[in-house]
Design a protein around this ligand. Structure first.
Ligand code: NAD
Length: 261
């Protein structure tokens, strides 16, 4: 494990920082990752919500709306780690944030260029009357999750698109649903331009997303991994910090601020 001074130095020497974030950056906001005990994923099996099962079963869709309700019940707020990245952004050191998360917390904290590989749970979209995994061709209707959950509360357990009668789904990429090639190209371009890649709160086991920090390293960026357990990419990294993302990032940013004053 590296010490906080090495992370602070790397941040100070960098002007094109890209953060790659996973579920672990949001656990301090109260949103469990897939592995934590007692979280929503112990009551809902994520594999229950594969794209095929979602489009094939009204009962699965009804449960998925209930799961969304739980996801947003506590109205999670950005935590110290999201705020630290937003502070780096304001200091014009960040190229952007690439996130696997669907919670929208980076934007709420104030990060400006956020690429959401798996979409966002804050919106819902029409996926059409006969959707297929690779091409969910909806009519283009989108709305907020609050709008959809209000309809669920009003008695529509599986609300339909008000324009075309198609299925409505949270604007996220489900298991079994293709990633957006345009979004992945955007990630590759950011990784290629980065001089420092921060991989934060990700088990770095889910590909192709976990390939993004590898691409950055291969393009010449330094790689720093901040996670509260080891990852398979630790050997590739220049800096490995094991611990809580909020505390580590806040300390590094405070150190930078003290050095500057
Ligand atoms: P993961 O659950 O596989 O890994 C999360 C990692 O973060 C783990 O290694 C864990 O030890 C670590 N971690 C947990 N709390 C931490 C903390 N406070 N500080 C530092 N590290 C911490 O998550 P993943 O790699 O993102 O992949 C799983 C998939 O789950 C992603 O595709 C993501 O879209 C989805 N997911 C998203 C959310 C969300 O939007 N908040 C929540 C759950 C799952």
């Amino acid at each position: 494990m590296t010490d906080i001074a090495a992370l602070t130095d790397a941040l100070q020497q960098s002007s094109r920082v890209v953060a790659f974030t996973g579920a672990g950056i949001s656990t301090e906001s109260g949103i469990p990752d897939f592995r934590s005990p007692g979280g929503i994923w112990t009551r809902y099996d994520p594999m229950d919500f594969t794209f095929d099962r979602f489009i094939g079963s009204a009962e699965v869709r009804e449960r998925s709306w209930q799961m969304r309700r739980e996801f947003f019940e506590t109205m999670p707020e950005p935590n110290a780690a999201h705020h630290a990245l937003a502070r780096l952004d304001a200091g014009e050191r960040m190229l952007g944030v690439i996130t696997q998360n669907i919670d929208g917390l980076h934007q709420l904290a104030g990060s400006t260029n956020v690429v959401e590989i798996h979409g966002t749970a804050r919106d819902v979209m029409c996926i059409g009357t006969a959707p297929q995994a690779g091409t969910p061709a909806g009519c283009g209707f989108t709305q907020t999750h609050q709008w959809a959950l209000a309809r669920v509360d009003a008695g529509e357990a599986d609300p339909a698109c008000p324009h075309c009668g198609g299925l409505l789904k949270s604007a996220t990429i489900s298991f079994g649903q293709a990633l957006d090639p345009g979004v992945m190209e955007q990630c590759a371009a950011m990784a290629a331009q980065a001089d420092l890649m921060l991989a934060i709160g990700s088990s770095l086991q889910v590909y192709p997303a976990a390939g993004i920090p590898v691409e950055a390293k291969q393009s010449g960026a330094r790689l720093a991994i901040i996670n509260n357990e080891e990852t398979p990419l630790d050997d590739l990294a220049d800096i490995v910090m094991v611990g809580r993302a909020g505390e580590i990032l806040t300390n590094a940013i405070e150190n930078m601020a003290s050095a500057a004053s």
